[in-house]
Design a protein around this ligand. Structure first.
Ligand SMILES: *[C@@H]1O[C@H](CO)[C@@H](O)[C@H](O)[C@H]1NC(C)=O
Ligand SMILES: *[C@@H]1O[C@H](CO)[C@@H](O)[C@H](O)[C@H]1NC(C)=O
Ligand SMILES: *[C@@H]1O[C@H](CO)[C@@H](O)[C@H](O)[C@H]1NC(C)=O
Length: 394
């Protein structure tokens, strides 16, 4: 594969994420007026009762009666949408979430929108790792049990999921290499990393407006490494780069994409630590818990970057289909979203595009890679003849 031209078959996008943000954008007063009238009928209904509970639970503040009525209308629609998602995704629980006062359009445009058309996110010089033996993998596996996963973080009103996904992989790899768990700095990536995909100049890392984990690894290889969260704390806003090479906590030597086959992903996960992936977040706005396994979830709209930390062998059951396996996914929307900040997604069918972000054609043969499927082998693993990449922690 090395040295040959790659033909990219699929569009790749910059992940613009979703965020855990509740400050709603100033909305159009005309829309508010119209909706005010429409929403008067909701006053005093059980829907309004649930809305006031929601406001209390999430500490929401609306500045005017108009805003209140408008958000009540949106909330009411989201109750319907959650019910629809419930029908489409019966093995998960959908309902009121911290995002229930944002319309689907707001949720998408503020936190999900596709920023750039592009091609494969594979950085030049970074190949796809060799397939692994998938026999004898444990039925259940969870890096959290081994202490390799930091606490769930909160990206806030900033489309920086790509940075959180990136640090999650490094935190895991660093733990495996050194036995120490450290929070690593998303803010360094948000402020300093403006790397563009070598094959797609519009697919650039741009702070709170999206990015790609593969770009971020390219940046980290170039710049030398990443600081800790403590030495470069998260602000949730893009600012001036304050990276200090003296304070590098973890160095990145190289990274690789891994085969997108979900058995391969499991093998890499078990052997080398948490994996960064992109997926379509459409069902996540209403997700409360359980294993999400929607009947329909477009694989083409990959818009959110997350971290796979484990999997379960038999998590849930669809009528007559028996127990099905699932992935355990760390999100960056705080602990009050999902299952204490985590998402479970059914495993084995590329659900919501979780393994399809970087479909490529190599030498005319169709080949799948996990788009941001970055994998860093621990410690001094310089295994000859394989594409296991090592990762140096200082
Ligand atoms: C990273 O790995 C790729 C793929 O094997 C290799 O071509 C490249 O030279 C490596 N880069 C560095 C900096 O080691
Ligand atoms: C990571 O940061 C969080 C929030 O500040 C803190 O509670 C946690 O203990 C930190 N974890 C590590 C391993 O330092
Ligand atoms: C690094 O290499 C040494 C010597 O070959 C070995 O004993 C050690 O287990 C390796 N460490 C890791 C994390 O692979």
């Amino acid at each position: 594969m090395a040295g040959r031209a790659l033909t990219y078959a699929a569009a790749v996008i910059v992940l613009t994420c979703t965020a855990h943000a509740f400050h709603t954008s100033p909305h159009d007063p005309i829309i508010a007026q119209v909706t005010d009238h429409r929403n008067n009928h909701l006053i005093g209904t059980p829907t309004e009762h649930r809305f006031t509970e929601f406001i209390q639970e999430h500490g929401k503040q609306y500045n005017s009666r108009e805003e209140y009525l408008h958000r009540l209308g949106v909330f009411s629609k989201n109750l319907l949408r959650a019910a629809e998602h419930q029908l489409l995704d019966p093995t998960a629980v959908h309902g009121v979430t911290p995002f229930s006062d944002l319309s689907e359009e707001e949720f998408e445009s503020m936190y999900l929108g596709v920023k750039a058309g592009g091609v494969n996110p594979r950085n030049s010089g970074v190949g796809t790792a060799a397939p692994k033996d998938v026999r004898d993998l444990p039925e259940d596996f969870d890096w959290r049990d081994k202490g390799a996963v930091t606490e769930v973080k909160t990206q806030g009103a900033c489309g920086a999921c790509w940075a959180f996904s990136t640090t999650g992989v490094l935190e895991g790899a660093n733990f495996i290499a050194t036995g120490k768990l450290r929070n690593l700095s998303e803010q360094q990536l948000v402020d300093c990393d403006h790397t563009c995909d070598p094959s797609e100049k519009d697919a650039c890392d741009s702070g709170c407006s999206g990015g790609l984990m593969t770009n971020a690894y390219g940046y980290l290889m170039k710049t030398g490494g990443i600081q800790t969260e403590e030495s470069y704390p998260y602000t949730g806003k893009a600012g001036e780069c304050r990276f200090d090479p003296e304070k590098i906590a973890v160095k990145v030597a190289n990274f690789t994409n891994i085969p997108a086959d979900e058995d391969q992903m499991a093998a890499y996960l078990v052997n080398h630590g948490p994996l960064a992936v992109g997926l379509n977040a459409v069902f996540m706005q209403t997700y409360i818990g359980g294993v999400s396994c929607p009947l329909i979830c477009s694989k083409k709209r990959v818009n959110h970057g997350v971290l796979i930390v484990g999997y379960g062998g038999k998590g849930f059951s669809i009528l007559r289909l028996g127990n099905k396996p699932y992935w355990i996914i760390k999100n960056s929307w705080g602990k009050r979203w999902g299952e204490n900040g985590y998402y479970k997604l059914c495993r084995g069918s590329g659900m919501c595009g979780m393994n399809t972000m970087g479909i490529t054609t190599v030498n005319g043969r169709s080949r799948h890679t996990v788009a941001a499927g970055i994998n860093l082998a621990a410690g001094n693993g310089t295994k000859k003849g394989s594409t296991v990449f090592f990762f140096l922690a200082s």
